[in-house]
Structures are given as C-alpha cells and as structure tokens.
Design a protein around this ligand. Structure first.
Ligand code: SF4
Length: 202
C-alpha cells in the first residue's frame, strides 16, 4: 500500500482508539463544513497519493479553480493575517461537494486531525480564534503522521514541498517538476514561493 495511505488509515485507527478510551464524542458531523473554508496545507507526497482517487469532475474543478487560488496566494502570502482573511471570505475547498468532502476516504492528514467536541457555531469564521475549541491530542497525532510523510517525501525526492491544498493539487495536475531547482524556479516565477503563507521548499 502507498505509505501515505498507511498513515491515513493509521491515523483513523489511532483517533478512533483515542476517542473511545477518553469517552469523547466529537460534534463534527456530515454537512458541517466550516473547517473546509480554511487554508489547508498539503505536502507534495500527500497530494500525489490523492491524485489517483480524484474523479474527472474533481480534476476539472481543480484545473479551473487552481489559477484563482494561486492568484489569492500570490497576493496574500506575505500578509500575516492572510489565513484569517481567507477564512472569512468563506472560499470552500474545491473538493467540498454539497457540504461533504468529495474525497473523504483520501482526505489529507491536516483535515483528519481537526476535531472538536464543542459548539459547531464556534467553528465559523466569525467566531474568531477560540482557545481550546479544537481537540489538541488528535491534532498532535495528525502532526506526527504529517512529519513522517514529510520525511518520506525528502527520502524520495531529496526535498519537501508544502503549499496550499488547491494550488498544490492544481500544480501537480499541470505537471510539477521533479528537481528542486526547477520546482523553486517555477514557484518563484508564479510568485508563490516563501513569505508567511507561500509554498515552502526545504
Ligand atoms: S479535502 Fe475534504 S475535508 Fe479537506 S478541506 Fe477539502 S473538502 Fe474539506
């Protein structure tokens, strides 16, 4: 099995185990999708694991939506408040379909780790940052898996690429360079390398 899929499934099992042992029932429900309006970061390897599972309609949507996200990122990457502005604009993830994740079994680790048992109204952008609203342990569990995937990507390519989900999937669908220098040159040319929220190549 693809190593990323191993981490997707492993995190699901770990989360189920943790929530059962702690007696926690998340208030997250199908159709509740405010967290899908936020800025989600993806690594290249996780994006590549997701690509084979995309439908033709999802690919077309990403190819259409990608340039718009890219322009937003170019304009906002150096603004420390960009994620708040982005969230408040309620720009849904292009993979969100009628309030449901269209790639649910293959959604990124960052999406899986965001859980709450609090009032879902506090997930809305207007609620602002609510300390302790999201469960810390699931996020830490997701973070550990993310770091393992990043290490795997570095082993495979010699470098790591991290960037906004829709923009990165768009670039992967359009043909992303295999070599570090070419990748950095492309991201620089597109105006989305570095800054607070631009793509990171490490
Ligand atoms: S991939 Fe799915 S869960 Fe993650 S932000 Fe997009 S629609 Fe939401």
């Amino acid at each position: 099995m693809n190593p990323v899929e191993v981490h997707w499934q492993g995190l699901e099992a770990d989360l189920a185990d943790y929530l059962t042992k702690k007696g926690i029932t998340p208030s997250c429900r199908a159709g509740c999708s405010a967290c899908c309006w936020g800025l989600v970061t993806l690594s290249r390897l996780e994006g590549e694991a997701l690509l084979p599972h995309l439908s033709q309609a999802q690919r077309s949507r990403l190819l259409e939506e990608g340039p718009k996200r890219l322009a937003l990122l170019r304009e906002g990457k150096d603004d420390p408040r960009f994620p708040s502005r982005y969230f408040l604009s309620r720009t849904p993830c292009p993979l969100l379909e009628e309030g449901l994740c269209g790639v649910y079994p293959w959604r990124p680790l960052a999406c899986r780790g965001l859980l709450t048992q609090g009032d879902p109204r506090l997930c809305q952008p207007e609620a602002g940052r609510q300390q302790g609203h999201f469960l810390p342990a699931p996020w830490r569990m997701a973070r550990l898996r993310l770091e393992a995937v990043w290490e795997e990507e570095k082993r495979r390519y010699g470098f790591l690429v991290l960037g906004e989900l829709a923009t990165l999937l768009y670039l992967l669908l359009s043909g992303f360079p295999q070599e570090r220098e070419e990748a950095e040159a492309l991201l620089e040319e597109l105006g989305i390398l570095g800054g607070w929220w631009g793509f990171q190549v490490t």
